[in-house]
Design a protein around this ligand. Structure first.
Ligand SMILES: C[S@@+](CC[C@H](N)C(=O)[O-])C[C@H]1O[C@@H](n2cnc3c(N)ncnc32)[C@H](O)[C@@H]1O
Length: 336
């Protein structure tokens, strides 16, 4: 939730705050887009310490609103033009003047670049959407895909890693099946949601949440019997380092499962769900798993579809086929 402080400054204080062109540029950008401090600094072309000094001043007013997700802070304009408050009225009077500021055009073009870079800035993007993920990002037609992914590891009593766990969609299906689930994600916001969703873990399944990247997993060599990467590989620049990490953490003979989308053309998923690739070729995943040293690598077609709904075109729902690839870590495997 966005929080803004009460109106505490006297009118002259507010005028002084608004009398600085950099602070007006900050408010102009935040009126267009919620941004992290890093993103805001890049959009302004200024150092973070300089921007932080201005934010300290703005924090004394209701003009700035902040939203915290884990250790990330997102900033937005705290007033609406015409909301009746003095700050709102002053902002209405000044809003139209922002376009006349020297740096305005450059700010807008840097902001466009920052927004287009967002999808490559994994954890920050996912921190932002974590609270809404179960509404926007877990629209599976039947749920069969995760059941089949989990079924590859049917043996009860296993230690299983859910890699790129998000809000815990896959991990939830492991509760009551696995002895222990180690759920890993790079986004603290997602881990917070997963913690909430997995809190009621049935007795018998121990759940551990660990923050980390797929290409440097916070899991020891051979620590797990099985590992599932559900709907995460299409976020990565390349599969190779994540798959060799998956092999490293598996005990000899352990099973790796990759569940993902087949190639598709729903380009809006770049922006709404942070997808880097529009699906993956199953054969490319097979080859990458073989390169990583997995044996007995097989593709399985799934009777399930991924159906996210377009956020603006409510009537448009994607209908995307899913696939699953599984492979076995060599039995005589010694972690590389
Ligand atoms: C599409 S969500 C999938 C979540 C969950 N597995 C599911 O099936 O609903 C992708 C998740 O992968 C995480 N992620 C993306 N890139 C990552 C990386 N390099 N390392 C660790 N986690 C990553 C994101 O934070 C996000 O929570």
């Amino acid at each position: 939730m966005l929080k803004a402080p009460q109106e505490t400054l006297p009118p002259t204080g507010l005028l002084k705050v608004l009398g600085d062109p950099t602070r007006l540029r900050i408010l102009g950008l935040l009126a267009l887009q919620e941004l992290s401090v890093g993103e805001l600094s890049r959009a302004l072309g200024l150092s973070q310490s300089r921007v932080s000094n201005h934010l300290r001043v703005l924090r004394e007013t209701p003009l700035l609103a902040e939203r915290r997700v884990g250790s990330s802070v997102f900033l937005a304009l705290g007033v609406e033009a015409g909301d009746g408050s003095l700050a709102g009225r002053l902002w209405s009077a000044l809003e139209g003047e922002i376009a006349a500021l020297d740096e305005h055009e450059r700010d807008l073009s840097r902001l466009r670049r920052v927004l287009s870079e967002r999808r490559d800035r994994g954890p920050e993007f996912f921190d932002r959407v974590a609270g809404d993920w179960d509404t926007i990002g877990t629209d599976f037609a039947s749920g069969q895909a995760r059941q089949r992914a989990v079924a590859q590891l049917v043996d009860p009593g296993l230690v299983v890693a859910d890699l790129g766990c998000g809000t815990g969609y896959v991990a939830r299906a492991l509760l009551g099946v696995a002895a222990k689930v180690i759920a890993v994600d790079a986004s603290e916001g997602m881990l917070e949601e997963a913690r909430r969703n997995l809190e009621l873990a049935p007795a018998g399944t121990q759940v551990e949440l660990r923050r980390g990247e797929l290409d440097a997993l916070p899991i020891a060599d051979g620590e797990v019997d099985g590992a599932i990467a559900g709907m995460v590989m299409h976020h990565l620049p390349s599969l190779d380092s994540a798959l060799s990490e998956m092999r490293r953490i598996l005990r000899p003979g352990g099973t790796a499962v990759v569940l993902d989308l087949e190639p598709h053309r729903e380009a809006w998923l770049h922006d709404t769900l942070g997808d880097r690739h529009l699906g993956l070729e199953p054969s490319a995943v097979v080859k990458a798993m073989e390169r990583a040293g997995f044996e007995d690598v097989r593709v399985e077609a799934l009777d399930d579809r991924y159906r996210p709904r377009h956020p603006e075109q409510g009537s448009h729902t994607a209908d995307l086929p899913l696939f699953l690839v599984r492979g076995r870590a060599p039995r005589g495997h010694v972690a590389p």
